[in-house]
Write a protein of this length. Sequence first.
Lengths: 670, 276
Amino acid sequence: MVGQGSIRGGIRREEHRVSGSDASFDTFPKLLLRNAERFAGRPAMRHKDFGIWQTWTWAQQLDEVRALAIGLQGLGLTAGDRIAVVGTNRPRLYWTFAAAQSIGAVPVPVYADAVADELAYVLDNAGVRFAVVQDQEQVDKVVGQAAAIPRLTDIIFDEPRGLGDYDRAHLHDFADVQEAGRKALAADGSRAAQWADAIRAASGDAVSVILYTSGTTGRSKGVMIKAAGAVQAATDTSTFDRLTADDCVLAYLPLAWVGDHYLNYAQAHVAGFCMCCPESAETVPVDLREIAPTFYFAPPRVFEGLLTSVTIRMHDASRLKQRMFNHFRGVAAKWGEAILEGRPTPLPARLHYGLGELLLYGPLKNALGLSNIRTAYTAGEAIGPDLFSFFRSLGINLKQLYGQTEAFLYVTAQKDNAVRADCVGPAMPGVDIRIADTGEVQFRSPGMFSGYFEQDEKTAETMSPDGWVKTGDAGFFERDGQLRIIDRAKDVGKLSTGALFAPKYIENALKFFPNIKEAVAFGDGRDFAAAFINIDLTAVGNWAERNGIAYASYQELAAHPEVYRLIGENVDETNRRLAREPMMAGAQIRRFLVLHKELDADDGELTRTQKVRRGFIAERYAELIEAFYDGSAEKRVETEVTFEDGRKGRIRANVRIADAHVETAREAAP
Amino acid sequence: MSAHHDAHHDIALARNDGLKPGDVLLDIRNVSLAFGGVKAITDVSFDIRKGEIRAIIGPNGAGKTSMLNVINGFYTPQEGVIVFRGRERRAMKPHDAVAQGIARTFQNVALFKGMSTLDNIMAGRSVFMKESLFWQMLWRGRALKEEIAHREKVEEIIDFLEIQHIRRTPVGRLPYGLQKRVELGRALAMEPSLLLLDEPMAGMNLEEKEDMSRFIIDVNRQRGTTIALIEHDMGVVMDLSDRVVVLDYGKKIADDVPEKVKANKQVIDAYLGVAH
């Protein structure tokens, strides 16, 4: 079964427990009690509201959580109940996690942008009795689906706006619930102590949270994470990256995603640092700049977006600024990573780089809100080597990790100064990894899930009888011990010529071009590989503006012959890159098209974490795929689109199919 | 600490004018308006009650915008009486209208393009600013205190309209839908007892229209502001308003609740049934 043999995490599990964190702190409420004492006057939470950063200390946070917990008890929430949390990053929603956990209830965060029936599915599947939601929009979604969620009894909302004339029998204002809690605490002097005693008596073996997978394949599943394992995992990684109470993060990732629950909620409780909630999703860039976090996570597409916006703004800058930018970018590309990693570099290079720091890198990092970063991670998708190097060369300690919900995030992560773009690092401390004969990566970790909620058959599919979790990803270890992921194991196929076809590999190679936002490759069982392409409206739109190309919509720009020419060049370049890799040379892109609409999660084409759902797309655009292989030069299609409120419309388009230049096998020969 | 959350409730309601919801706030009696020989409005009467959303609709050139201009004092009608908050008036300057608590937005956005969202909305507060130019220029003492108090109101409006992300953006750089929202914000900053909206949804796409509708309803329900709006989009009007007055060639042809107006034969003939 085990291919390359199992590789054990660098340090043995017993050796790296954080000092001071013993078994008595094996749940998040226990850590909250500890932090309220140890870091009493230090900030635990910030939230920008009415233009001002509001702050709660750990002691105040304990007070808020306690009032809420007692209030929820008053409404009938008891141990074992599930409670949904729906909304964006708000202090009150984070407090709901801790409040629920403190009385033995299990929080179930749900994606705020989930459409109503997805939301209903999760709430019903998890059997939630209570839902704490952000605003009227979420209340409407839940109330509208009430029939599909029979076990739900009460809804609690954070923002009362627009809810004035709603029936309040089972709908409660968050502030009122806390107020009721405070009254109950004031009326009975021993209530607070009882609450704290119950927390101390709770077992770390209980389920701490149920996190729903984003559902790349089929319906999402509820991943059960146990408290002690979760705390242990967060302790391991906090030690690994030396996180302390002096750190600070901007909590802007989706609340329901394991990354947010782990990197922000879990690590903040373990290390005692401050989480800052942005004013709104749109203000994140400004908030990031104001907060200047020390620890930062963003998926590759965010870094891509940053680089794109920087490049575009430099195009519009004065010639002097452009020359300075290009000059110092070159200096950084040459010396930046070496200096970041502390490798020996000549003094003139250091001085030159220092001048660049003063003139360019420093101000740029400040503008991006990345001045104070000690550790930054990216994960989820492959990151382009140039993109990765760009940020590292500015002196940002950007690393990669590999993980999944079933692991409570971390499986591997790169150590400081041992970083490369095409790999995801060695096993994390405490994590064991093995490669199955099929090439699939499997792991065991402290934070690994205990099973899918009420889906034992699915659990059995994912967890091997000897207790290893199957990731579903194909990969192998490089010589330096870093794991390299190729693709989803089940997506790796073959062309009819017998050549290996790894769609994600091709898609990533395409997406490394700033003009290409999304790509979907096809070819399994076919004669050749072909790809759908979504252009990046910001990058291509700016290019169109500079080249005097007029357009009114995405659809119009996507179909423009000059855009096809531009994208064609990118595809040809991708083919040249593929041709250089013996394994991949056989599956170069022979034909491509620029899709007439942007792939959208509302239409089911992407998951809520913005990953392409290849099978669904293949079905939806079957006509276009056929057109690849029957030689058509153009195809008329009609596509249904869903608006945010669930209404549907149709768009029609003539989609042109273009031929790409394929590199001869000469270069690909071994 | 947590008090800031409750501030949502504290947003100043429309100024206290001694009227109860349902009382007549503005009464238009037999108003006629002509430009030279062209009659824009002929003998129109209707009223606007406190707390309602009142729509004025009609085909192009029916006299809707003229009517709005009469209400806020920009035009002075040749005939008829206008009673606002129980006081009769004939001629009035626009700044008198502002002082009396009438604010408006325009069919074409009329903002200070080079100024930020924040400054544009702050400009709406100038009607309340009492400190002398001297102190304001020094930006110390009472003037500073006053500015902070106004800024607080402006931040409430920014929060209310969900435009935090464009607080510092010059409005000239904003897309049209957001400019409309900023303009609404500036009108709200005047804390009007009557808010006039001239085609608030013109030129918007479906999603922007829905957002704007929600804001209009929220302004009405949460802040208790009486609203009179002119709108071309029939669907929007029927969903939003409590009562609708229909103009055609400067004459009133219907005045009723939306359901009745929809069923009115004359309205259908004049407006709904005719393609335009």
